[in-house]
Design a protein around this ligand. Structure first.
Ligand code: 0GY
Length: 309
């Protein structure tokens, strides 16, 4: 007997993505890539994982592609969200539906087979994500992650690392031992009440330099303490994050990536206007050359090397 699909209710207080984003004042360069975004479900087609730490609203591929076009991006990198666990079906479906204009980053278990990895690769997956943020995952055992790293390395994939800045010291040696290129989410989540020139962020920058890693200068809305207040009426939001992101862009211009983080999981105080997020870009990448590297050249080299300039 068929049971009707039972939809899990959203986590109390869940904020849905911004329904009517503004048109950014900043014109993205042709070929720009949004390297950090997710899909949630839709739940009826792609149920959420039992071990998830939150139940989001639906945020499907159609809405993602509509946002891509609205903001002026050419391509997306769809990162597996923890609410789907290691079931990559929704992410893979989105990537496959994009007509070559999307790549994926998966979550896999250590017992993943070579065949499964090859299928993911054929679908457009180019990396795995290792998540160390305790509110999102139960555990991140290093021996299991090392097994995954050994399995994905021959495919030429990279490893996306998501961690809290306070944990970098403990994790740094493990990260440095991994046999694949590394990409760090959201600048390693700096405490933006500290100085971007201080020792804490300095340690992060030296880790990036020593290990030649890529950095997503993403999520001002997640890192900001000051919030979205447009201080001068010129669509300048999240200004407390600017010194951090600008420093990374200036020091590592050919290693930085940018993304929206749509549909912005787990924000509790406000939901960002994605148009305003795009208008953050010229604050952190101030020259046309920095912008082109951040938005086009770097992500193309990492995700579409055959088409890169
Ligand atoms: C992000 C940030 C978060 C969540 C996830 O996969 C996820 O659930 O990545 C977060 O809660 O900080 O990058 O989307």
């Amino acid at each position: 007997m068929n049971h009707p699909t039972r939809h899990a209710p959203k986590t109390p207080g869940w904020l849905d993505w911004y329904a009517d984003p503004s048109v950014p004042a900043f014109r993205l360069p042709p070929g720009a890539v949004d390297t950090h975004c997710h899909v949630f479900g839709p739940q009826a087609a792609f149920p959420f994982a039992p071990e998830r730490k939150y139940t989001p609203c639906d945020a499907g591929k159609e809405q993602l592609f509509a946002l891509r076009d609205h903001l002026g991006f050419a391509r997306n990198v769809v990162v597996q969200a923890t609410c789907h666990g290691a079931d990559n079906a929704a992410m893979v479906d989105a990537v496959r539906s994009a007509g070559g204009r999307a790549r994926g980053v998966a979550t896999v278990r250590p017992d993943v087979t070579e065949r499964e990895l090859r299928d993911l690769d054929a679908a457009g997956v180019r990396g795995v994500r290792f998540n160390f943020v305790r509110r999102l995952v139960d555990a991140s055992p290093r021996d299991a992650l090392a097994v995954i790293a050994e399995k994905i390395a021959p495919l030429g994939w990279h490893i996306v690392l998501y961690f809290e800045s306070a944990d970098l010291e403990d994790l740094a040696d493990f990260f440095a031992s991994l046999p694949a290129p590394l990409v760090i989410d959201h600048m390693g989540r700096p405490d933006v009440t500290r100085s971007a020139d201080g020792p804490e962020f300095g340690r992060f920058l030296r880790f990036v330099e020593a290990n030649d890693v890529w950095v997503k200068v993403t999520c001002p809305e997640r890192l900001s303490v000051g919030g979205p207040a447009a201080l001068d009426g010129e669509r300048h939001a999240y200004t407390d994050v600017v010194p951090f992101a600008r420093r990374v862009v200036e020091e590592f211009p050919d290693r930085v990536l940018w993304g929206t983080d749509w549909p912005h999981p787990n924000l509790t105080d406000h939901m960002p206007d994605d148009g305003l997020l795009v208008d953050h870009i010229p604050l952190i990448a101030v020259t046309a050359e920095q912008q082109r590297r951040l938005l086009v050249d770097n992500p193309m080299r990492l995700y579409w090397p055959d088409e890169a300039a």
